[in-house]
Design a protein around this ligand. Structure first.
Ligand code: GAP
Length: 508
């Protein structure tokens, strides 16, 4: 983990955002708990997503379907047969790896050799350095690039053809060693299904296999007609859902980026066949605008269009975010055709068709899906917001510049001292505001330390009640990011907070 990422992880724990699950038992790999501030931030991300889709679109409604679903759901969706990763074990270390990840990491090592060569050349040639020319003409770099290309194409071919022998052969040819034991003593590559299974029922005879859902989307598909009919929805329309998903990831790492239990925010948009490309483009734009509205930096996002498409998709892309460990998938946008609904129709024997009164015919709608990992969004916000600032007086502060609309607490109410009746006025103000906003009251320690505490958890405003409050009913209001303070009337505190956090000022 690089330095910045380590700081994010330790800040998350120290300030009650994220704890390792069951930590007193040494934790459970790739499972995390959200602490007192984490749960607030997470809820606010959910609300922000929900408001932008369900609240602000008359043709999108919500759903909360169960985690357990009829086992045939997963047969129909293809997860039972095809939701696999290729795994390989090292016989000496007994450690398990994803075969494709071992190969990708091998390529990354070559990539970093290329970067080193470039850095060296930059130093040598100074201002005259033409990076593009160097990359295309330097013998060593050209050879490195060819090697990466040849490895990647062998790997893609093996994965596409489900040719596990060739995958193993590639690992052997590249002489990839186990990062722990350094040994090349590998087992064969096997397919590993990522779904967790469990049993329902009290006796061995009556029990049947169930899966913990690996995506929330299927709950939307199987309820498509229930929602459409009960809400009298007309195509095009969407169904949105936020909920837990479970995947038995072979290697789960990078903190909350890849977990075994995580949350997704998914929306399936049902459209007329033939219009899916247009809607796919609209949703790409719409979702990128949502990300931009939070102001985490345009340069930190990019689209990654899928060249190789899943069998059910006719277009797909990821929105990637620049995490502390590089650009990685944050959200997926997929044009899933009528694949899922057709599959459910076939396996359930129930018609899942929509009667289009304008066309006077029934059809299975096409679907454009937007699917974002809530935990990944959380990590994007947290890592983007954590800043260490040098101050004028030779000191420094740690501040979480979280978009105010997502901040766990919108304001802190701080009496300058506990005596002289200041606590009582502060408590009154707190009681007045608490029904409107999530705010926090703090009277412990010197006010400077309390400001630092609020900075560290991202509270955008600090309201201080001091002796002047007794005289003229004014308070100071301090801005987290600029640290500027101004005096305002106590009666206008609510208005100032609204200005900062009102959805109107964020979602346009
Ligand atoms: N219904 C489509 C679907 O599930 P996906 O690309 O597999 O597509 C969608 O997952 C999003 O869920 C990803 O973009 C990512 O943000 C999040 N996600 C997937 N696996 C995850 C994991 N193991 N831990 C955390 N988030 C994950």
């Amino acid at each position: 983990m690089d330095d910045k990422f380590k700081k994010v992880v330790s800040h998350a724990k120290e300030y009650g955002f994220i704890f390792p699950s069951s930590e007193i038992y040494d934790g459970l790999s790739a499972v995390y708990d959200y602490g007192q501030n984490g749960v607030e931030l997470k809820n606010n991300i959910k609300k922000y997503w929900w408001a932008s889709l369900v609240q602000m679109n008359h043709n999108i409604v919500g759903l909360d379907s169960a985690i357990f679903m009829h086992p045939l759901t997963w047969k129909a969706s293809g997860h039972v047969d095809a939701f696999n990763d290729p795994l390989i074990d090292n016989k000496d270390s007994k450690k398990r790896y994803r075969a494709d990840v071992l190969i990708e990491e091998y390529c990354q090592k070559i990539e970093s050799k290329i970067n080193k060569e470039i850095a060296k050349a930059k130093k040598r040639f100074g201002d005259d350095f033409d990076e593009n020319q160097f990359i295309t003409t330097n013998d060593r770099i050209v050879a490195y690039k060819e090697k990466i290309e040849s490895i990647t194409s062998r790997m893609s071919k093996a994965l596409e053809e489900d040719d596990l022998k060739s995958l193993k052969k590639l690992i052997e040819d590249l002489e990839i060693v186990d990062p722990i034991s350094g040994s090349k003593n590998w087992t064969d590559v096997k397919q590993f299904n990522l779904m967790f299974s469990t049993k329902v029922g009290s006796t061995a005879q009556s029990s049947s296999d169930l899966y913990l859902r690996p995506e929330t989307a299927q709950g939307i598909f199987v309820n498509f007609l229930n929602v459409q009919k009960s809400a009298r929805m007309k195509i095009p329309f969407g169904i949105a859902q936020i909920g837990k998903a479970f995947r038995n990831e072979i290697i789960a790492r990078q903190f909350i980026f890849r977990m075994r239990e995580f949350e997704q925010m998914e929306m399936q948009f049902f459209v007329r066949p033939g219009t899916q490309q247009e809607w796919y483009e609209k949703w790409k734009e719409n979702r990128m605008n949502w990300h931009m509205s939070l102001g985490l930096g345009k340069e930190n996002y990019r689209f990654h269009d899928h060249i190789k498409l899943a069998h059910y998709a006719d277009a797909a892309c990821d929105i990637e975010y620049n995490f502390p460990f590089g650009f990685k998938e944050l959200e997926g946008i997929h044009s899933r055709t009528d694949y899922d609904l057709s599959q459910h129709e076939k396996h359930s024997g129930k018609k899942l068709q929509y009667f289009d009164s304008e066309l006077n015919k029934s059809y299975i709608p096409y679907v454009v899906e937007t699917s974002i990992g809530l935990d990944r969004m959380f990590l994007a916000v947290l890592s983007n917001s954590l800043v260490e600032e040098e101050l004028d007086n030779n000191s420094s502060r740690i501040v979480l510049k979280i978009p105010s609309v997502l901040a766990p607490y919108k304001a802190a109410i701080l009496p300058l001292v506990k005596k002289d009746g200041l606590s009582e006025i502060a408590t009154d103000l707190y009681n007045k505001l608490k029904t409107e906003f999530n705010i926090i009251y703090d009277e412990k320690d010197a006010v400077g330390r309390r400001y630092r505490r609020q900075d560290a958890i991202g509270t955008p405003l600090c309201i201080t009640i001091d002796h002047q409050t007794l005289e003229n009913n004014t308070v100071t209001i301090r801005n987290r990011d600029t640290m500027e303070q101004k005096r305002i009337s106590t009666d206008s505190v609510s208005k100032e907070i609204i200005k900062e956090v009102n959805l109107k000022n964020w979602l346009v």
